[in-house]
Design a protein around this ligand. Structure first.
Ligand SMILES: Nc1nc2c(ncn2[C@@H]2O[C@H](COP(=O)(O)OP(=O)(O)OP(=O)(O)O)[C@@H](O)[C@H]2O)c(=O)[nH]1
Ligand SMILES: [Mg+2]
Length: 331
């Protein structure tokens, strides 16, 4: 049976929400995640019509469609350096997810799953503290409705010193409101620390080897969360009435350069630009060098409740040592 779920991406401005979504299909296609390769997930963008009709196959009318879809546009914007999401609306993207290999027992239905993923500008749900950012009431209402109707929330936070960030107050209020909302459908919430590759910039080609160790992610998460006062509010969300299960993970949309294995940031470009060879056309340059890292995890957990070697529960992060990591899956 086809299952549908809605996932809302929430997080402060420039935390990397749109980039995480833009790199999702490539991460799944390259198997650059911490799930078993035997899972063989596949993810394909579909149209809103396919989602609404709950069609399990692509509709014939769309089969030979050539216009660029919204998701292709998002991917192109990301490849060119990223564009801040417009505050004038919220933006829905649709996907069909299948699991073609050995489905673990945690998955009770065989799928496929139709996903609606809602992206929005960070200022709407998590504005900078103390700033007055004009947002249309209609847009706030739309996002609030989408949040209350969604099965999962993916909270994207940049991997910086959290206590220095100017949006902690807004984030704490957001979590409180979500925990207290009576009519929500929320079953899962994933906190993902983005831009993970930046931690490894000095490690050269060893970077990828360290990043592939789930124990490193466990330590990074524990350290990042130590001063986070909103963490106790999240526990309330998990233990409260109709509690949602909470997971923590790390991800990098830029990822690590294939073959060279170093963080995928081009040292010859101003700012932080993805590495690519100018002489190659865009599609080839991406395929040849770009491997996103763990950007599938937040969405696969949100949709299926499936844990990977890089998703951690409160209990796992509270433990004194990381669990023995599952065999390294990233080739
Ligand atoms: N180094 C690094 N930079 C990243 C990564 N992901 C995104 N960025 C950069 O971070 C900036 C913000 O990324 P976005 O994806 O636009 O952030 P957002 O959360 O969608 O921001 P709003 O739409 O404005 O709320 C862009 O300049 C990206 O290029 C990453 O994995 N690593
Ligand atoms: Mg965005």
């Amino acid at each position: 049976m086809t299952e549908k779920s809605t996932i809302c991406l929430i997080g402060p401005k420039a935390s990397g929400k749109s980039s995480l979504l833009a790199s999702l299909t490539e991460c799944v296609a390259q198997g650059a995640f911490g799930y078993s390769p035997r899972l063989r997930p596949a993810l394909q963008p579909v149209t809103e019509g396919d989602f609404r009709a709950a069609a399990t196959e692509i509709r014939p009318a769309d089969f030979l469609a050539h216009e660029e879809g919204d998701y292709e546009r998002l991917k192109r914007d990301f490849a060119l350096g990223g564009v801040a999401t417009d505050t004038l609306d919220t933006y829905e993207y649709y996907f069909r997810l299948t699991v073609n290999g050995e489905a673990p027992p945690a998955i009770v239905t065989p799928g496929p799953w139709l996903l609606e993923i809602v992206d929005s500008a960070g200022e709407i749900a998590v504005p900078p503290d103390g700033a007055e950012i004009p947002i249309l009431n209609d847009v706030k209402t739309k996002l609030a409705r989408q949040l209350l109707a969604s099965e999962a929330v993916v909270l994207v936070l940049p991997l910086v010193r959290l206590e220095d960030s100017a949006w902690i107050g807004a984030l704490t209020r957001f979590i409180d409101r979500l925990a207290l909302a009576p009519d929500k459908k929320l079953r899962r919430l994933v906190v993902v620390f983005s831009q993970y590759e930046r931690l490894f910039v000095r490690l050269g080609p060893s970077a990828f080897t360290y990043a592939c160790d789930p124990a490193v992610a466990w330590h990074v998460l524990r350290k990042s969360l130590r001063a986070a006062q909103w963490l106790e509010r999240l526990r309330a969300l998990e233990t409260g009435d109709g509690g949602a299960s909470v997971r923590f993970t790390v991800a990098s949309s830029y990822g690590f350069t294939k073959r060279f294995q170093n963080p995928n940031i081009d040292p010859h470009q101003p700012g932080e630009r993805r590495f690519r060879r100018a002489s190659l056309e865009e599609a080839r340059a991406s395929n040849e060098y770009w491997r996103p890292f763990l950007t599938a995890e937040p969405f696969l957990y949100a949709a299926l409740g499936l844990d990977s070697a890089f998703t951690f529960s409160f209990a796992q992060l509270d433990a004194r040592a990381p669990e023995k990591p599952a065999a390294s899956i990233l080739a």
